[in-house]
Design a binder for this molecule. Structure first.
Ligand SMILES: O=C(O)CCC(=O)C(=O)O
Length: 261
């Protein structure tokens, strides 16, 4: 199966709706241009992950304007779409940082509320609720476990996803440039320790004064980097093979030697 990761530039001068339309047309062309079966977008790309002051105004229901634009694009292209995350307004609760996974028919098949909120005593950590559910989804022949940005620092989440059947992880992010080395290192670590693909899709540009790391990366189950972006908006195209997960786990069966559960 083939995946396209779209490292979107979040420019505060581009209105959110224009960005939605621009991203929708990028999603639409991934099947025809690259033969993609799955398209992956970053964390909070409509607003920017650090644009806290816009979270309340731009919050939307699960099937709000971002979903609508992405559903139309996924269906037009006939691709699975991990649409990155949105600021979700739960009518009965707080805001959440929620990732959406859409089928090639444009249906919302899974939503994942980010479990580890970033910001310590500010931003997302105080403005949003914490997700509580581990989420996996089987798409185009692979079972993906979902995480978001700061989640990458919590290996127990990814091990839990492996226990739930994950062969690959999708990690949308809005990771800051000043900790770029952590991003690449942690993406590789999660791949090696879990013998799973990692599809880590970040944003480009600078918003709310925070320069983004870019450097979206795809790592295979042996820890090899299959593709890595630069700092600008860019599309990464990679082939993923479920058999590679099986052979890696069979030939070096470290996951079978676990003693603490
Ligand atoms: O962990 C980090 O260094 C960055 C995390 C982050 O920016 C986020 O989760 O939004």
């Amino acid at each position: 199966m083939r995946a396209s990761l779209i490292q979107i530039a979040v420019d505060p001068d581009e209105p959110v709706n224009s960005r939605r339309q621009r991203v929708a047309s990028l999603v639409r062309e991934q099947r025809e241009r690259h033969g993609a079966d799955l398209v992956v977008l970053p964390e909070l790309w409509p607003t920017g992950a650090f644009a806290y002051e816009s979270f309340v105004d731009e919050a939307e229901p699960l099937e709000g304007p971002t979903y609508e634009a992405m559903a139309e694009a996924a269906a037009a292209a006939g691709v699975w779409l991990h649409a990155g995350s949105i600021v979700e307004r739960d009518p009965e609760g707080p805001l959440y940082n929620t990732s959406l996974v859409l089928s090639p028919a444009g249906e919302l098949v899974r939503a994942y509320r980010k479990i580890h909120r970033f910001g310590f005593d500010q931003g997302e950590a105080v403005m949003m609720g914490a997700g509580e559910e581990l989420v996996t989804v089987t798409a185009a022949g692979l079972t993906f476990g979902l995480g978001t940005c700061y989640d990458l620092r919590f290996p127990e989440l990814f091990r839990g996803l492996v226990d739930a059947g994950a062969q690959a992880f999708v990690v949308p992010a809005g990771w800051p440039a000043r900790r770029r080395e952590h991003w690449t290192l942690l993406a590789r670590a999660r791949a090696v320790e879990n013998q799973a693909y990692v599809l880590a899709c970040g944003t480009a540009g600078t918003h709310a004064g925070v320069e983004q790391a870019g450097h979206s990366v795809v790592v295979d189950p042996w820890g090899e980097v299959l593709a890595e972006a630069g700092l600008a908006e860019e599309v990464l195209v990679v082939d993923l093979d479920p058999a590679k997960v099986t052979t890696t786990r069979d030939r070096f069966p470290a996951l079978k030697d676990r003693r603490l559960r």
